[in-house]
Write a protein that binds this ligand. Structure first.
Ligand code: SAH
Length: 285
């Protein structure tokens, strides 16, 4: 029932339902249904508000260039996303604007104190509603495409970057709604993780990429890695583009791309095929 509704929504304003969408729905996995929901979201997005991300950091300058170049800059110029990087020291009442202190119980490293973080989050929350207050942390929920998809449908996010040994545990207990990791390794601060998360989310917002469906054909969106891409020249010193891509026959090209995506996934990321609830080969052929 839910799937049917989604298909109908996607047909609005388009001459025919997009081929990959119908295929995704045929697979009957929840992630494919989600992709369809997202595709519907892309169509209706003109009526939705832009996303706002507030990043709380002890070293805000680290993020300056990330958000002032390329796609993320354009997203902000077009009013599709707004990213504010805040210096946590602004909320420190310590005369030296310190944000850390020694750990109770001893041990190496410093711990970020609660008060500046509490003040920062309280002030931001008094200005607008936030859907999530996310602490970037190596032991958090692993960032994957489905989490990025999910977060891209939210309105406002706060991202808290830790430093030193991390934050006082009571911040996590009382002020945070979600914890996200970008991988099983430890960085020296949460800024890179916040940049990775923001990038993965913002590029999904309608209008940010030139072609709105582009993000949906990227790796992981339908449980497969992406097929190979080629551009001009068709023949570079004898290295040729596959003939099928020059054939002009769109259905055959789509089928070829899908087969390439399947073959690559089997070869490079068989774990993705294991984790789906139906075999793409049998469902698609
Ligand atoms: N003592 C912590 C590591 C602190 S690293 C531990 O052992 O788990 C300092 C900060 O960097 C963290 O507070 C977090 O905000 C950020 N960080 C480090 N690795 C990260 C990762 N893999 N994903 C997200 N954030 C990370």
């Amino acid at each position: 029932m839910q799937k049917l509704t989604v298909v109908k929504m996607c047909m609005v304003g388009r001459e025919q339902p997009p081929y990959p969408l119908v295929k995704r729905l045929a697979r009957g996995s929840s992630s494919y249904v989600w992709t369809a929901v997202h595709e519907a979201f892309l169509i209706f997005a003109p009526w939705s508000n832009s996303m706002r991300i507030d990043i709380l950091s002890a070293v805000p300058r680290l993020l300056d260039s990330w958000f002032s170049e390329s796609i993320l800059q354009r997203a902000q110029q077009k009013g599709l996303a707004e990213v504010k990087v805040h210096d946590l020291r602004v909320w420190s009442t310590d005369k030296h604007r310190r944000l850390d202190d020694y750990p109770f119980g001893g041990g190496a490293g410093m711990v970020m104190t609660i008060d500046p973080i509490h003040r920062a989050i309280t002030e931001l929350r008094s200005q607008r509603q936030y859907n999530e207050v996310i602490y970037l942390s190596p032991d958090g929920e692993m960032l994957g495409q489905s989490l990025a998809n999910q977060l891209s449908t939210k309105g406002n996010l706060i991202l808290l970057c830790g430093h030193y040994k991390g934050v006082d545990e009571r911040v996590r207990e009382h002020l945070i709604t979600r914890e996200v990791s970008i991988g099983d390794y430890v960085l020296s601060g949460g800024e890179l993780a916040a940049a990775v998360l923001s990038d993965a989310v913002i590029r999904l917002l309608p209008g940010v990429l030139g072609d709105e469906t582009s993000a949906l054909s990227d790796s992981f969106q339908d449980g497969l890695v992406a097929p190979p891409d080629y551009t001009r020249p068709a023949d570079y010193q004898g290295w040729k583009v596959p003939d099928i891509l020059l054939s002009g026959h769109q259905a055959n090209i789509d089928a070829w791309r899908h087969q390439q995506a399947l073959d690559r996934t089997r070869q490079r990321r068989p774990d993705l095929l294991d984790s789906t609830d139906s075999d793409p080969q049998t469902t698609f052929n």
